[in-house]
Write a protein that binds this ligand. Structure first.
Ligand code: ATP
Ligand code: MG
Length: 350
């Protein structure tokens, strides 16, 4: 097949890890006979410096036309005090493309387990995916502020809940057919609506999928106590923000984890969960696996190339289990030999 992919490297280690992911995509294309055409454009601080805005209209236009978007990371100390913020580029992109579901798979690799702060016998075989709602909730509600008080409004519509629950249940069908919906229905009205809608969607449209409800506070506990039990977790915006960071610690390093932001269409934005990591930028030591696994998600969700995606995921797992470790993993004492740099890690995967 032929596909057009826009690459937005962004700031800090973004360009380093996206270059690695592009190299892996090219290798996969060669192996399976696909042509991927890459168009590289600016976003974030790099775009502010060169184009005066964190996401230009021309770049947004290219993103709209593309089959999928591969992103590095945005932001950094250089722009943190400025009037225009690099992160605005990412929010604008998500909004313009109508991306409402953020998917974060968490898998553990045997060799990387000692890098996690959690006991490894609890972690062996963890394979879950968190689906975070991305457009609603308290992050987008009306805010007020006086000298003595402040408020943030949390709102959800039935339609917003339905579409993200559908997405989670559809994902579960290709997995272990088990969805946990996370809310705070004992306290919040939005959560009571969430629970009601999730129950109806699962019952009427996904009778083959098992749905359970969990309160967010107890979910935070269970994620650490029995992470192996979970398959798909679906939740609203802020709960998802918090739980996905918590879940990322199961895998050992932020540098290992990918994400996808999806809407109704086939397009989507694929990026590692880590930020621009200014402390290690430009040194060629960043772990590219999160970006590479994001590229695998791109193949699966936007291009329908599931076998190719699994091939890349297996290559990453095999490389890590075979001892190919970047500094973020090696520093934890797993590997005796010098750690691999970004390009060498990509080469090991290829
Ligand atoms: P943001 O605000 O953009 O999310 P952050 O403050 O959460 O950024 P990150 O940029 O994600 O921080 O970095 C957090 C820490 O993890 C840093 O010490 C960074 O060096 C390390 N880190 C992040 N990504 C990687 C990676 N791919 N490889 C190695 N180390 C990484
Ligand atoms: Mg962060």
């Amino acid at each position: 097949m032929h596909a057009d992919i826009v690459v937005l490297p962004g700031d800090g280690i973004g360009p380093e890890v996206t270059a690695a992911a592009v190299a892996v995509l090219q290798a996969a294309g060669r192996r399976y006979g696909h042509t991927f055409r890459f168009e590289t454009r600016l976003i974030g601080g790099a775009a502010i410096d060169a184009e005066g805005a964190p996401l230009s209209d021309a770049t947004l236009d290219a993103c709209r036309k593309a089959d999928a978007i591969l992103l590095g990371a945005v932001g950094g100390p250089k722009w943190s005090d400025g009037e225009i913020r690099p992160e605005q580029g990412l929010l604008k992109l998500r909004k313009a493309l109508g991306l409402y579901a953020n998917l974060r798979p968490v898998r553990t690799h045997p060799v990387a387990l000692t890098a996690s702060p959690i006991k490894s016998h609890l972690l062996t075989g963890v394979d879950m995916i968190v689906v975070r709602e991305l457009t609603g909730g308290v992050y987008f509600g009306r805010r007020t502020r006086t000298d003595i008080a402040a408020s943030d409004l949390c709102e959800y519509t039935v339609a917003e809940i339905e579409r993200v629950v559908r997405r989670a249940c559809t994902l579960a069908r290709g997995r272990r057919k088990f969805v946990v919906s996370v809310d705070k229905a004992n306290v919040l009205e939005t959560s009571r609506l969430w629970r009601q809608v999730a129950t109806r969607v699962a019952r009427d449209e996904f009778p083959d999928v098992r749905l359970e409800h969990q309160l967010v506070d107890s979910m935070a506990m269970h994620l650490i106590a029995k992470p192996r039990e979970y398959d798909v977790i679906v939740t609203e915006n802020m709960f998802g923000d918090i739980l996905t960071d918590e879940a990322s610690m199961l895998a050992g390093s932020m540098g290992l984890l990918p994400s996808a932001s999806l809407g109704e269409g086939r397009g989507g934005v694929y990026e590692p969960i880590h930020g621009s990591a200014p402390d290690i930028a430009g040194r060629g030591i960043a772990n590219p696996c999160g970006a590479i696994l994001s590229a695998a998600m791109l193949l699966r969700h936007s291009l329908g190339l599931d076998a190719e995606a699994r091939c890349i995921e297996k290559a990453v797992a095999d490389a890590i289990d075979g001892g190919a470790l970047t500094a973020d993993l090696a520093l934890t004492g797993i590997a005796a030999r010098p750690p691999l740099g970004t390009d060498a890690m990509a080469a090991a995967v290829i």
